[in-house]
Ligand binder design. Sequence first.
Ligand SMILES: Cc1cc2nc3c(=O)[nH]c(=O)nc-3n(C[C@H](O)[C@H](O)[C@H](O)COP(=O)(O)OP(=O)(O)OC[C@H]3O[C@@H](n4cnc5c(N)ncnc54)[C@H](O)[C@@H]3O)c2cc1C
Ligand SMILES: NC(=O)c1ccc[n+]([C@@H]2O[C@H](COP(=O)([O-])OP(=O)(O)OC[C@H]3O[C@@H](n4cnc5c(N)ncnc54)[C@H](O)[C@@H]3O)[C@@H](O)[C@H]2O)c1
Length: 447
Amino acid sequence: MNSSYDLIVLGAGSGGLAAAKRAASYGARVAIVEGDRVGGTCVIRGCVPKKLLVYGSAYKHLLADAASYGWEIEGIRRNPSTLLANVRAEVDRLNQLHLGFLEKAGVELVRGWGCFEDGHTVAVGERRLRAERILIAVGGRPQRPAIPGAELGWVSDEMFLLEQLPERIVVVGAGFIACEFACILNGLGVAVTQLVRGNHLLRGFDLEAAKAVQEGMEQEGIEIRFAHSPAAITGSAGDLSVHTEAGEIIPCGGVLLATGRRPFLEGLRLEAAAIATEANRIPVDSEQRTNVPHIYAVGDVTDRINLTPVAIDEGRAFADTVYGTSPRQVDHSLVACAVFSQPELASVGLSEEEAIQRHGPEGVRVHRTRFRPMSQALPARGPRVLLKLVVELESGKVLGCHMVGEHSAEIIQMAAIAIGMGATKADFDRTMALHPSVAEEFVTMPN
Ligand SMILES: Cc1cc2nc3c(=O)[nH]c(=O)nc-3n(C[C@H](O)[C@H](O)[C@H](O)COP(=O)(O)OP(=O)(O)OC[C@H]3O[C@@H](n4cnc5c(N)ncnc54)[C@H](O)[C@@H]3O)c2cc1C
Ligand SMILES: NC(=O)c1ccc[n+]([C@@H]2O[C@H](COP(=O)([O-])OP(=O)(O)OC[C@H]3O[C@@H](n4cnc5c(N)ncnc54)[C@H](O)[C@@H]3O)[C@@H](O)[C@H]2O)c1
């Protein structure tokens, strides 16, 4: 069966869904092709189920602190299987919701893996879909390290399918996924050893903030081994050993390989449409256009800032520009982001190291405060909060705002507005504090 459209979108994840619905709202005839579950990484095996697991694992701390607030809770039993099942049920609900949204928007869903037959034709099984324009929004996939036995380890996708958790796990990596899962698993009662090949966590983030996360994670009982890489994994499901390059053998019930992701280009047959790639990603211009003028790409497949809100905005900007009346480009500067580790880290703007690189050590002033938040005063435990402003000395402009501690993602989201507007340290100081709160320290830091 052959069908023709104004737009074919490959991939029903964050970017593809946003683009397809927005294009359809302008009257375009749109088909969206999806080989897996509608919702993509974020909804099915990323942000959403991950955050639900973070909430679930945080009960460890809440229950530990409850007695100091006068709640004596007896007979607590931990059952991660219930949490895992409930999270899957919520993902099923959201998947249905997204199917409904597509239908309501008038977008045709074509199930199956799509590949290019030529510049205007996509093959999905026996079907041939033709369109004036094609948008590639196929996202990325986790990448396993090239070591013997890597197939015995889990990648993040598989963590959401587990029905039970092992007693001991080795987490490999120091990035977003490794840190988030190390904390989730630790909170759910799993003994965690994290293998980090470098000498600090969360490369690219403000170093002091990354160290504050490390301190908190270690206080909570996660064993982090720096300058350690896996050389091989042996054993069988549930009874594994990680052999490190240093010759150690770490027995465990499971291994999470959180060693990065890369664009999912396999099987797309990009060459049939002469679409150029660069280092396994699809490069695009400021209007999301590939080297082929009527073929566009958004989201993780372009491997720029691999976050859901960025993929969504790129998808919508593409549709607004091509099908709407208000063309626009995505602003990739000052994108706030958070690592949902425990303690949580959130950032917007330049790290201290980046600011010094750009403006020199004499051109930057750093304001910081570290303290135990009031919520931890009665339990008298838990990690100290870090709040940090990186300021350009000459103009007083806040170049970067970083926070480690409770609600930091919520707080930095708001700070991002001020920083996007070019706020100075004086603007922060002029703002009346909201007391008692953690975030008030951002507007009361001494000069
Ligand atoms: C564990 C984890 C946690 C994360 N947490 C966060 C977070 O807290 N906050 C945040 O902002 N970001 C987070 N991310 C990143 C975020 O999920 C991605 O940046 C985002 O989903 C990218 O959207 P996308 O549209 O580019 O691709 P995806 O959402 O990956 O969607 C691509 C879709 O295309 C489909 N597809 C691929 N090839 C084909 C084909 N040939 N034919 C048909 N369909 C195809 C796939 O099945 C998939 O459904 C997380 C990622 C992971 C893995
Ligand atoms: N909270 C969030 O917004 C969130 C959460 C999860 C993922 N994400 C997105 O997904 C992307 C991918 O996350 P990620 O954590 O997989 O990637 P990452 O690039 O953040 O981290 C990969 C880690 O693996 C390590 N590594 C790579 N190869 C290795 C090897 N052979 N041996 C040992 N260590 C190795 C790297 O040093 C690094 O620490 C992120 O960059 C981010 O864009 C975002």
